[in-house]
Design a binder for this molecule. Structure first.
Ligand SMILES: Cc1cc2nc3c(=O)[nH]c(=O)nc-3n(C[C@H](O)[C@H](O)[C@H](O)COP(=O)(O)O)c2cc1C
Length: 234
């Protein structure tokens, strides 16, 4: 069961760079994953995938892909968090099927997922439709508020945004149970893609090293930017 309040979890979550070797109990990991999978996502399309690296061989290769950083080497658990650009159709169908089965599919929702989502997520052969859609949206935006109708680059931003929210939820959920993490962006993205055998349109958003902090495992004191740099009212 969670040991910390939300405020305590936020306050005491720190990036940990040296972990104790003790394993992370499976139930702790499962609960943190359950909570992470409830993170908000763009159009509820949940473009993420948590890959728990169990195989020793893959783990050794993953450590190298993460530049042999100490948090990665010392953590008992390493997770690759993947952002998928091409799972939208499958996930959209699952949403529609679920609502239909529950008898609660509203027409507005049906047309949103059947018409608007494909318009946003389809970028055509070689992504060529993307710049056209974006250009068109930019022109219409001169006359009325218009959403960005995505290039491949825009879609990458979209799926990484949602996936990063799942990462944040996961790390806070772990903290609430007294466990620690280190998000890892310092890795070779091409080798990571090859190691995990990722399909087209999928990229590692970040690795997350998980475990319990060793003494001295938090290397630096927390530094916060001045509040008026990071929050403003208009
Ligand atoms: C997207 C992202 C990528 C990061 N990549 C690394 C990394 O590759 N190696 C590392 O040691 N820390 C990494 N960090 C941890 C940050 O350095 C850390 O969050 C920051 O210094 C603030 O410290 P705190 O998390 O303890 O508050 C990353 C953090 C984020 C959010």
């Amino acid at each position: 069961m969670p040991e910390l309040t939300f405020q305590e979890a936020v306050e005491t979550r720190r990036t940990v760079r040296t972990f104790l070797p003790d394993p992370v109990p499976q139930d702790v990991l499962e609960r943190a994953l359950d909570e992470a999978l409830r993170a908000p996502s763009s159009s509820n399309l949940q473009p993420w995938e948590f890959v728990i690296i169990r195989s020793e061989t893959v783990r050794r290769a993953a450590n190298a892909v993460c530049l042999d950083q100490l948090p990665v080497r010392s953590a008992p658990v390493l997770i690759a968090l993947v952002a998928h650009r091409e799972t939208w159709r499958r996930n959209r169908d699952e949403i529609l099927r679920t609502f239909e089965a529950r008898g609660s599919l509203r027409p507005s929702m049906g047309s949103y997922y059947r018409r608007i989502i494909p318009t946003v997520y389809t970028t055509g052969p070689f992504g060529l439709l993307g710049p056209l859609k974006r250009g068109l949206a930019r022109i219409v935006s001169l006359f009325r508020p218009t959403p960005n109708l995505g290039t491949r680059g825009d879609l990458r931003v979209m799926v990484h945004k949602s996936t990063a929210l799942a990462a944040a939820t996961f790390m806070l959920a772990l903290r609430a149970e007294g466990y620690d993490s280190c998000p890892i962006e310092g890795f070779d993205p091409w080798r990571a893609q090859a190691l995990l055998g990722l399909p087209r349109g999928a990229e590692v958003c970040m690795f997350i090293a998980v475990g319990q902090r060793a003494e001295g495992g938090v290397w630096w004191e927390r530094v916060l930017m001045p509040r008026d740099w990071t929050v403003r009212e208009l």
